[in-house]
Design a protein around this ligand. Structure first.
Ligand code: UDP
Ligand code: MG
Length: 329
């Protein structure tokens, strides 16, 4: 198998059939051997029904992994990745915002330029409002400052990469997954190409500000321990301020005989120090929570059903193809 397309789907009933059609159209006549690995991330609509139809028809090789509930896009791409067999793997969304023709260009780059292991698409222009752009660029600036891995500001998860990269990613079994950080962490030579994201073919985006904020926190906590040092910095700072203020108060009393009225100062200091302490405990809590989650060693997803297909036999190899229930990583 030359190429595996990993497609996470959450309530994408109207998109999966047009998506497959677009892929077949994009790859017709170019002689690539490819498969589509759809992951139904616990959809509540007819996504799985339509994926079953696609699997039964096998207009092109189709695998389907169906989750027992919604585990999130990161878990879905991980599940899809672990069911791929291609020499190249592509992460692409089901909503046709990312044109399959671009995947063909990505594959061509990997074919022609062996120095690259990953081809990642980035959006030259984003159809986002100013506030969203401000928060996103703030997040990237922050994470690049705090962490050792460097993320490219405008790069998306829309990428095609070699099997060696896929195997490296599969070795990272962390529960809280953050693809952009994972790609940066595993390294490899990456070629960035610009693309224009189209409008969603049907349905709605699954992201809102709250989810993006959680995702951003996952990214920062997962790839940096610098926030843990904030308690030390703030503690030192307030300590120095307290000593300076103490000197001022003592001098005022001794030299000028001024009695400093204390009520307002005490209230302000209690509130300030209390909030600094709670803030620092909150940061530590985020790390402890993630350590707790990871220590339970729960699987990243639970697949209640896997629909596979008979892959062409390689010489000296036996095939297994039947639909098999699977509760794996
Ligand atoms: N997705 C998923 N699980 C989720 C949320 C999203 O598998 O919990 C899939 C979704 O079906 C789509 C892709 O991830 O194929 C990108 O989601 P979406 O289009 O909502 O994100 P956006 O393009 O707006 O960033
Ligand atoms: Mg989308």
């Amino acid at each position: 198998m030359r190429l595996s397309l990993v497609v996470p789907c959450y309530n994408e009933a109207e998109n999966v059939i047009p998506f497959q059609r677009a892929v077949i159209q994009a790859f017709s006549g170019c002689g690539y051997d490819y498969e589509i690995v759809f992951v139904d991330d616990g959809s509540q609509d007819a996504t799985m029904h339509n994926l079953r139809k696609l699997h039964a028809a096998q207009a092109c090789p189709v695998k389907v992994v169906s989750f027992s509930r919604n585990f999130g896009k990161e878990a879905a791409v991980f599940a899809g990745l672990s069911h791929t067999s291609g020499d190249y793997v592509c992460f692409i969304d089901a909503d046709l915002q990312q044109k399959p023709e671009i995947v063909r260009d990505m594959v061509r780059i990997l074919d022609e330029q062996p120095e690259y292991d990953v081809v990642a698409a980035y959006q030259e222009q984003r159809a986002e409002n100013k506030m969203m752009r401000f928060f996103k660029s703030g997040f990237y600036n922050l994470i690049n400052r705090l962490s050792n891995v460097k993320l490219r500001t405008d790069a998306s998860d829309f990428r095609t990469f070699r099997r060696s990269v896929a195997d490296s990613i599969l070795e990272l079994g962390e529960y809280h997954r953050f693809s952009k950080g994972i790609f940066a962490w595993v390294g490899y030579q990456t070629c960035f190409i610009p693309y224009v994201a189209c409008e969603r073919a049907a349905g709605q985006t699954k992201w809102n500000f709250r989810k993006l904020l959680h995702y951003a926190i996952d990214g920062i906590i997962g790839y940096s321990t610098t926030p843990l040092h904030i308690a030390i910095y703030l503690g030192t700072l307030t300590g120095i301020a307290a000593v300076l203020y103490l000197i001022v108060v003592v001098l005022q009393k001794l030299l000028a005989g001024i009695d400093v009225p204390g009520y307002a100062t005490i209230i302000v200091l209690i509130l300030l120090l209390g909030s600094i302490q709670l803030f620092c405990i909150g940061i530590i809590g985020e790390y402890v929570g993630r350590t707790f989650e990871q220590s339970k060693q729960r699987p990243i997803y639970i697949a209640k059903e896997v629909l596979s297909y008979s892959e062409p036999k390689k010489p000296g190899e036996s095939t297994s193809s039947s639909p098999a229930p699977d509760a794996s990583e």
